[in-house]
Design a protein around this ligand. Structure first.
Ligand SMILES: Cc1ncc(C[n+]2csc(CCOP(=O)(O)OP(=O)(O)O)c2C)c(N)n1
Ligand SMILES: [Mg+2]
Length: 911
């Protein structure tokens, strides 16, 4: 052993005493010694082995021993599980291989047949992933028959053809249906991708918008635990499987919640990432290695990582790697180079990959050309059911953390040289007859040449009673029924008592309360309901205090699977921060995306778990729709039900918050989502009516005669904007409920509010949300200053009014003549209409085509700014005085007031 140890750099450990520095030096010196004697590979090998050994001991001792040896973030480019350590394969491999071959064939046939109509589709994705799915279907994925919820499967969107192909083999889809892939307009078609709204008995989770699947899967796994910890449902048998593309992992949402999954110990969750090293345009990490990058990222987040990279053919080659040259070469080879090897001949591989180093050349000398091609073209763990099985078993057996399986595959596998590992293969939508023939030979399918001569390549089914079909059905029966599948057992919730609603409908007396507070009070009461109270799921991204919800903390508790392991800072206070294992509130921290993923899991629990939950997700309205609009779209696809609350809504209601906070458009964004029913209530009583209606529609029994498919759609969610502007809340006038729900009612006639001469010019002021208060003031000014009699209307939903009107227009195609509600409601109301809101003009303008009166709107178009409410309203021209001038202008255009009056008014108010 050398006496002198190399100088060392300053270390963090210098700060704690070295009990025996001589001993430390000896250990270091032994590293140098082995490096000198046997080379750096040997030294690294010994260190790795030692580290693993020590880490296992540290982990076995537990963190209580204070020992900490973090996992290595990156391991070699090798399988995590050696072949010798694989469990026995429980299935009939030959049988499963035939089934997988037929799935491959039928998926390719389905897309190819559709391509003659230019319909598109994807072939290469499923081709690479076929075994990743089949192994799961045969041995892991639990179905939904029986009391449990089964497993939740997030399937890669572009793999859908393979899933349809399997549903064809298992008898759930017919040939005719396969031929309606991507032809949905006439009914009974198959949607391009996993869309529950389009095919609700098969698809459970929408995944094709990349990144949303992984994020949702994490929160789904967490929500499963939440249901269990709260005693609502035993979900301990459910496992969440998320199948993802390696390219998909680039999406920020894909990795956004990895740490949460590990922190909460979600061992009911497995990610399977299909590492075919390609995305749409080309390699995922041309100059790097995506598997290694993902491994480090997942390990750092605290996940268990299982790398399944190489097929069994590689074992004998690794066995010859005494110098570590092969391992080194694999680690250095960038993904795009590896992809090139997969498409080149043996001479190129021998020369280029193995040529660089004598030790490598020696290994290659013992390998035939055929063997080289097998290794580099096809031998991947993701194509071998034994390897996939071993990885999945390891995932299920790992406790305390979620597992990611990084499965290496070849994109386009078995589709022939034109497809396999080709950069353009994602977009290839058909196989030629010759390619099908090659595929048939490779997969040894019993399809005669004659069947391949026809214009359309045939589908292939071994027959209902074939051993394969029977095997497949038996396996699924043993695992609890078909998969994927979505199941809905209608469960109607009882309506809550009237009291919480009537409390708001009575008004606030002299007290000023904001509609945000009114909403919070309402749900607080509803959460105390005997039958349904525990089904409420409040979701909030670190804004509970902003919205006055901290009063919920002590009573409802914040969900925390660990409970509260510390001594609370606010232990002496009434409104303390109470975390509990059965806490009801999901306070997600600052993640709107995570919160919406939470909400989605709760909003679809009626289907996923047969347990209807009533989530309400309350957020800063600006950071809801525009930040996570795509997730709202997926929520709608997934048929979610619940309440989303845009709080601190409006462009001018927050004093001083300014451009990035001031929301004047989320109603327009929400209007684009067909499942979102948007409301902009002005008063607490409107909030009460809308929430009650939402509970009836989404959770109550279907109305008499509307139970069928054409009945009222229950698969909707409500978007309510609430304001933080304290106002005296009036009592609800008689008979306005229907108008509130439909979106418009006359709140206060001029005659009931102001005194004007009988022949006064008349106008109609329509407003929503907090703007109703401005037009009430405008009503007074118009009467007192200008002798104009204006009625005030509240329009809680411009969007619903428009939808009703559009439905009336569409009915004309069926020969029906229907008058829209908005037209009927306003019929005969004299004078021009002026519409006002704290939103951009396009929001109220939605109804303009169906308003027969002269139409004027004002709004808050443009960027918000920081100032007082009054100054901001004057800036946008929506304050009461501006509304007065606009109303006078509209009257002047009709010759009902003099043009000078308009000018005079503008001057009087200093506009
Ligand atoms: C949010 C989003 N952006 C873009 C796309 C378009 N797109 C579909 S598939 C794909 C490439 C997928 O690559 P990868 O995730 O590696 O899947 P593979 O097909 O290779 O298994 C892209 C960019 C999408 N579906 N969603
Ligand atoms: Mg890929």
């Amino acid at each position: 052993m050398p006496d002198a140890v190399r100088p060392t750099r300053p270390s963090q450990l210098d700060q704690i005493p070295d009990r025996d520095s001589e001993e430390t030096a000896e250990w270091r010196a032994s590293v140098d010694a082995v490096t000198q004697a046997a080379g750096p590979h040997r030294a690294a090998y010994l260190m790795r082995r030692t580290y693993e050994y020590a880490a296992d001991a540290a982990n076995a001792a537990g963190s209580s021993a204070g020992t900490m040896l973090p996992p290595l973030l990156e391991t070699d480019y090798l399988n995590t599980i050696p072949t010798a350590a694989e469990p026995a394969y429980p299935g009939d491999e030959a049988m499963e291989a035939r089934i997988t071959a037929w799935n491959r064939w039928n998926a390719a046939a389905m897309v190819t047949r559709g391509s003659r109509l230019g319909l598109g589709g994807h072939i290469a994705t499923f081709a690479s992933a076929a075994w990743l799915y089949e192994t799961g279907f045969q041995h892991f994925f639990h179905g939904k028959e029986g009391a449990g919820s089964g497993d939740q499967l997030y399937i890669q969107g572009h793999a859908s053809p393979g899933i349809y192909a399997r549903a064809f083999l298992d008898g759930r889809l017919s040939e005719a249906q396969l031929d309606r892939f991507r032809q949905e307009a006439g009914g009974d078609g198959l949607p391009s991708y996993p869309h529950p709204r389009r095919l609700p008995w098969l698809w459970e989770f929408p995944t094709v918008s990349m990144g949303l699947g992984p994020l949702s899967a994490i929160y789904q796994a967490r929500f499963n635990r939440y249901l269990e910890h709260r005693g609502i449902k035993d979900t301990s048998d459910s496992h969440v499987w998320a199948f993802l593309g390696d390219g998909e992992m680039d999406e920020p949402e894909s990795t956004a919640a990895l740490a949460l999954a590990a922190r909460e110990g979600l061992d009911n969750l497995t990610f399977v990432i299909n590492c075919n090293l390609q995305r749409l345009d080309g390699p995922v990490r041309p100059n790097f290695k995506i598997v290694q990058e993902l491994e480090a990222q997942f390990r750092a987040a605290g996940w268990n990582v299982v790398k399944s990279l190489w097929g069994v053919a590689w074992d004998e080659v690794f066995a010859q790697d005494t110098e570590g040259a092969l391992l080194g070469r694999l680690r250095q080879t960038p993904d795009a180079q590896f992809q090139t090897y997969a498409t080149r001949d043996a001479a190129y591989i021998r020369d280029h990959f193995f040529g660089a180093d004598p030790a490598l050349r020696a290994i290659a000398a013992g390998l035939s050309d055929a063997k080289l091609l097998e290794l580099f073209q096809t031998s991947r763990a993701g194509h071998e059911p034994r390897k996939v099985y071993a990885a999945y078993r390891a995932a299920l057996e790992h406790k305390g953390a979620p597992t990611v399986v990084l499965a290496q595959t070849v994109k386009g596998y078995t589709l022939g040289a034109g497809f396999e590992s080709r950069n353009a293969n994602h977009q290839m939508k058909k196989l030629t007859a010759a390619q099908f023939r090659t595929m048939r030979d490779l997969l040894e399918l019993p399809i005669p040449d004659s069947a391949l001569d026809a214009d359309l390549v045939p589908y292939w089914h071994p027959g209902e009673n074939s051993p394969e079909a029977r095997y497949l059905r038996e396996r699924r029966a043993a695992l609890g029924g078909p998969a994927p599948a979505r199941k809905v057992t209608p469960v109607a919730l009882p309506m809550p008592a009237d009291k919480p609603f009537t409390a708001l409908q009575k008004g606030s007396g002299g007290q000023e309360i904001a509609t945000t507070m009114a909403f919070v009070r309402l749900v607080k009461d509803l959460m105390r309901e005997k039958e349904t109270g525990r089904r409420w799921v409040p979701v909030v991204p670190d804004e509970a205090r902003t919205f006055g919800m901290e009063s919920l903390f002590p009573s409802a508790g914040l969900y925390s699977p660990k409970g509260q392991t510390y001594d609370r800072v606010d232990r002496d206070q009434l409104l303390y921060y109470k975390e509990a294992k059965d806490g009801q509130i999901l306070n997600e921290g600052i993640t709107e995306a995570g919160s919406l993923a939470d909400f989605t899991a709760a909003a679809t629990s009626y289907a996923t778990h047969g347990e209807p939950m009533i989530p309400f997700y309350i957020f800063y309205s600006m950071f809801g729709w525009q930040r996570t609009g795509d997730q709202f779209w997926a929520l709608a696809d997934q048929l979610g039900r619940g309440f989303v609350i845009g709080a601190t809504a409006g462009r001018t209601t927050m004093t001083g918050e300014g451009l990035q906070h001031a929301d004047g458009h989320s109603h327009l964004l929400a209007s684009t989502n067909p499942a979102a029913l948007s409301y902009d209530p002005a008063f607490a009583f409107e909030v009460a009516v809308i929430v009650r209606e939402g509970l009836r529609r989404m959770y109550g029994p279907a109305p008499e005669g509307q139970e069928g498919v054409d009945g009222e759609d229950k698969d909707v969610f409500y978007y309510l904007t609430v304001y933080n502007e304290p106002k005296v809340q009036p009592a609800m006038p008689e008979g306005v409920e229907e108008g509130i729900i439909k979106g418009l009612y006359r709140y206060r006639r001029a005659a009931d509010a102001v005194s004007t001469p009988a022949d006064a010019p008349q106008a109609q002021l329509l407003a929503s949300g907090t703007a109703v208060h401005w037009v009430l003031e405008a009503q007074r000014l118009l009467a007192e200053d200008w002798g104009v009699a204006a009625d005030v209307w509240s329009a809680p939903s411009w969007t619903e009014l428009r939808r009703d009107a559009m439905a009336c227009d569409a009915a004309r195609l069926r020969g029906e003549e229907r008058v829209p509600y908005v037209t009927r409601a306003l019929a005969g109301a004299p004078g021009p209409v002026v519409a006002v809101s704290d939103w951009m003009r396009a929001v109220p303008d939605q109804i303009a085509p169906w308003v027969e009166q002269d139409w004027t709107s004002v709004g808050t178009d443009g960027f918000g700014l920081s100032d007082t409410r009054d100054a901001a309203r004057r800036h946008f021209g929506v304050d009461p005085q501006s509304v007065v001038v606009q109303a006078l202008g509209a009257l002047a255009r009709r010759g009902e007031v003099k043009p000078e009056t308009v000018k005079k008014a503008a001057e009087k108010y200093g506009l």
